[in-house]
Design a protein around this ligand. Sequence first.
Ligand SMILES: [Ca+2]
Ligand SMILES: [Ca+2]
Ligand SMILES: [Ca+2]
Length: 195
Amino acid sequence: MKNFSKVIFTLYLEKLIKLMKSPKQFIEAAGFLYLQPYQWDSFDLDQDQEEEIVFLQEDILGREYILLNIINKNEQNFNLIQEKIQESYFNSHNSILYPSRPLKLLDLTGDSVPEILLFLNSGRYGAHLHVFEYKNRNLQRVLYIDEFKYPKYIFTDTNKNLIPEIIIKDVGVKYEYDKKTNSFIKIKEVETAYK
Ligand SMILES: [Ca+2]
Ligand SMILES: [Ca+2]
Ligand SMILES: [Ca+2]
Protein backbone atom coordinates (compact mmCIF):
# COMPACT_ATOMS: atom_id res chain seq x y z
CA MET A 1 0.00 0.00 0.00
CA LYS A 2 2.81 2.37 0.91
CA ASN A 3 4.60 1.64 -2.36
CA PHE A 4 1.41 2.08 -4.30
CA SER A 5 0.77 5.54 -2.90
CA LYS A 6 4.42 6.40 -3.55
CA VAL A 7 3.87 5.56 -7.21
CA ILE A 8 0.68 7.64 -7.30
CA PHE A 9 2.50 10.57 -5.74
CA THR A 10 5.33 10.36 -8.27
CA LEU A 11 3.00 10.04 -11.25
CA TYR A 12 0.74 12.89 -10.17
CA LEU A 13 3.29 15.25 -8.67
CA GLU A 14 3.14 17.80 -11.47
CA LYS A 15 -0.63 17.71 -11.53
CA LEU A 16 -0.75 18.14 -7.76
CA ILE A 17 1.48 21.19 -8.04
CA LYS A 18 -0.69 22.62 -10.82
CA LEU A 19 -3.82 22.21 -8.68
CA MET A 20 -2.43 23.32 -5.32
CA LYS A 21 -3.69 26.53 -3.74
CA SER A 22 -1.18 26.83 -0.91
CA PRO A 23 1.96 25.16 0.48
CA LYS A 24 -0.10 23.89 3.43
CA GLN A 25 -2.54 22.16 1.09
CA PHE A 26 0.30 20.53 -0.84
CA ILE A 27 1.95 19.26 2.34
CA GLU A 28 -1.32 17.76 3.53
CA ALA A 29 -1.92 15.93 0.26
CA ALA A 30 1.72 14.89 -0.12
CA GLY A 31 1.86 13.76 3.50
CA PHE A 32 -1.18 11.59 3.01
CA LEU A 33 0.35 9.89 -0.03
CA TYR A 34 4.04 9.75 0.61
CA LEU A 35 5.94 12.59 2.24
CA GLN A 36 7.38 12.02 5.73
CA PRO A 37 8.22 14.94 8.05
CA TYR A 38 11.97 14.38 7.65
CA GLN A 39 11.69 14.69 3.86
CA TRP A 40 10.53 18.28 3.64
CA ASP A 41 10.91 21.78 5.04
CA SER A 42 9.92 25.27 3.97
CA PHE A 43 11.45 28.72 3.98
CA ASP A 44 11.44 31.86 1.83
CA LEU A 45 14.78 30.97 0.25
CA ASP A 46 14.78 33.66 -2.44
CA GLN A 47 13.39 36.45 -0.24
CA ASP A 48 10.34 37.21 -2.39
CA GLN A 49 7.95 37.03 0.60
CA GLU A 50 6.65 33.58 -0.44
CA GLU A 51 7.83 30.38 1.21
CA GLU A 52 9.29 27.67 -0.95
CA ILE A 53 8.70 24.00 -0.10
CA VAL A 54 11.85 21.90 -0.25
CA PHE A 55 11.40 18.14 -0.37
CA LEU A 56 13.30 14.99 -1.20
CA GLN A 57 11.91 12.20 -3.27
CA GLU A 58 13.23 8.70 -3.67
CA ASP A 59 13.49 6.77 -6.89
CA ILE A 60 10.34 4.66 -6.95
CA LEU A 61 11.92 1.76 -8.82
CA GLY A 62 15.16 1.40 -6.95
CA ARG A 63 17.87 3.31 -5.21
CA GLU A 64 19.25 4.93 -8.32
CA TYR A 65 18.80 8.57 -7.37
CA ILE A 66 17.27 11.17 -5.07
CA LEU A 67 15.35 14.14 -6.38
CA LEU A 68 15.76 17.46 -4.64
CA ASN A 69 12.55 19.38 -5.33
CA ILE A 70 11.63 22.98 -4.72
CA ILE A 71 8.12 24.29 -5.17
CA ASN A 72 8.27 27.97 -5.95
CA LYS A 73 5.38 30.39 -6.25
CA ASN A 74 5.60 32.43 -9.41
CA GLU A 75 2.87 35.09 -9.37
CA GLN A 76 -0.26 32.99 -8.78
CA ASN A 77 1.16 29.68 -10.01
CA PHE A 78 3.34 27.10 -8.32
CA ASN A 79 6.10 25.43 -10.24
CA LEU A 80 8.68 22.73 -9.60
CA ILE A 81 12.44 23.03 -9.73
CA GLN A 82 14.19 19.69 -9.65
CA GLU A 83 17.72 18.38 -9.28
CA LYS A 84 18.60 14.72 -9.66
CA ILE A 85 21.34 13.31 -7.46
CA GLN A 86 22.55 9.97 -8.77
CA GLU A 87 23.34 6.87 -6.73
CA SER A 88 21.91 8.16 -3.50
CA TYR A 89 19.67 7.28 -0.65
CA PHE A 90 18.84 8.85 2.69
CA ASN A 91 21.34 9.21 5.51
CA SER A 92 21.88 11.63 8.42
CA HIS A 93 24.29 14.32 9.70
CA ASN A 94 25.62 11.52 11.87
CA SER A 95 26.26 8.69 9.40
CA ILE A 96 25.36 5.94 11.83
CA LEU A 97 22.17 7.56 13.03
CA TYR A 98 18.94 5.80 12.24
CA PRO A 99 16.21 6.67 11.24
CA SER A 100 17.57 8.94 8.55
CA ARG A 101 17.46 12.72 8.61
CA PRO A 102 18.53 13.57 5.08
CA LEU A 103 17.47 17.23 4.89
CA LYS A 104 18.45 20.30 6.86
CA LEU A 105 18.00 24.01 6.13
CA LEU A 106 20.80 26.01 7.73
CA ASP A 107 22.48 29.31 6.95
CA LEU A 108 26.16 28.58 6.37
CA THR A 109 27.03 31.89 4.68
CA GLY A 110 25.87 34.47 7.22
CA ASP A 111 23.16 36.16 5.11
CA SER A 112 20.25 34.83 7.24
CA VAL A 113 19.01 32.75 4.30
CA PRO A 114 19.48 29.02 4.84
CA GLU A 115 21.30 26.77 2.43
CA ILE A 116 19.86 23.34 1.64
CA LEU A 117 21.93 20.57 3.21
CA LEU A 118 21.48 16.97 2.13
CA PHE A 119 22.98 13.95 3.87
CA LEU A 120 22.98 11.17 1.32
CA ASN A 121 24.61 7.81 1.14
CA SER A 122 25.91 6.18 -2.01
CA GLY A 123 26.41 2.67 -0.72
CA ARG A 124 29.46 2.77 1.52
CA TYR A 125 31.11 4.89 4.17
CA GLY A 126 28.13 6.87 5.38
CA ALA A 127 26.79 10.30 4.54
CA HIS A 128 28.05 12.61 1.86
CA LEU A 129 27.13 16.24 2.42
CA HIS A 130 25.66 18.22 -0.46
CA VAL A 131 25.08 21.94 0.09
CA PHE A 132 22.77 23.72 -2.34
CA GLU A 133 21.93 27.36 -2.69
CA TYR A 134 18.62 28.51 -4.17
CA LYS A 135 18.78 31.93 -5.78
CA ASN A 136 16.96 33.61 -8.69
CA ARG A 137 14.92 30.42 -9.24
CA ASN A 138 18.11 28.55 -9.72
CA LEU A 139 19.53 25.67 -7.70
CA GLN A 140 23.26 25.44 -7.41
CA ARG A 141 25.43 23.01 -5.52
CA VAL A 142 28.02 25.09 -3.64
CA LEU A 143 29.74 22.37 -1.63
CA TYR A 144 30.14 18.61 -1.75
CA ILE A 145 31.96 16.60 0.91
CA ASP A 146 32.44 12.91 0.20
CA GLU A 147 35.90 12.00 1.43
CA PHE A 148 35.31 10.81 5.00
CA LYS A 149 34.31 7.39 6.30
CA TYR A 150 31.12 7.43 8.37
CA PRO A 151 31.45 11.14 9.15
CA LYS A 152 29.57 12.99 11.82
CA TYR A 153 28.97 16.57 10.73
CA ILE A 154 28.66 19.27 13.39
CA PHE A 155 27.63 22.86 12.71
CA THR A 156 29.05 25.25 15.28
CA ASP A 157 30.42 28.78 15.22
CA THR A 158 33.76 28.02 16.88
CA ASN A 159 35.50 31.21 15.71
CA LYS A 160 32.64 33.50 16.79
CA ASN A 161 32.09 35.28 13.45
CA LEU A 162 28.35 34.48 13.60
CA ILE A 163 28.59 31.88 10.80
CA PRO A 164 28.66 28.18 11.69
CA GLU A 165 31.53 26.08 10.40
CA ILE A 166 31.10 22.53 9.19
CA ILE A 167 33.14 20.34 11.48
CA ILE A 168 33.93 16.71 10.73
CA LYS A 169 33.95 15.25 14.21
CA ASP A 170 37.04 13.32 15.35
CA VAL A 171 38.86 14.03 12.08
CA GLY A 172 40.29 17.49 12.76
CA VAL A 173 38.92 19.03 9.59
CA LYS A 174 36.49 21.89 9.20
CA TYR A 175 34.99 23.87 6.35
CA GLU A 176 34.51 27.58 6.67
CA TYR A 177 32.64 29.95 4.39
CA ASP A 178 34.83 32.70 2.92
CA LYS A 179 32.94 35.85 1.99
CA LYS A 180 35.64 37.24 -0.30
CA THR A 181 35.72 34.25 -2.61
CA ASN A 182 32.10 33.18 -1.94
CA SER A 183 33.26 29.62 -1.36
CA PHE A 184 33.98 27.14 1.41
CA ILE A 185 37.55 26.64 2.50
CA LYS A 186 38.78 23.38 3.96
CA ILE A 187 40.87 23.86 7.08
CA LYS A 188 42.94 21.12 8.71
CA GLU A 189 43.29 21.59 12.43
CA VAL A 190 46.57 20.40 13.93
CA GLU A 191 44.88 19.33 17.14
CA THR A 192 42.22 16.67 16.98
CA ALA A 193 39.77 19.15 18.40
CA TYR A 194 35.99 19.00 18.52
CA LYS A 195 35.71 15.60 20.05
CA1 LIG B 1 10.36 32.69 -1.94
CA1 LIG C 1 22.99 31.59 3.40
CA1 LIG D 1 32.15 30.82 12.34
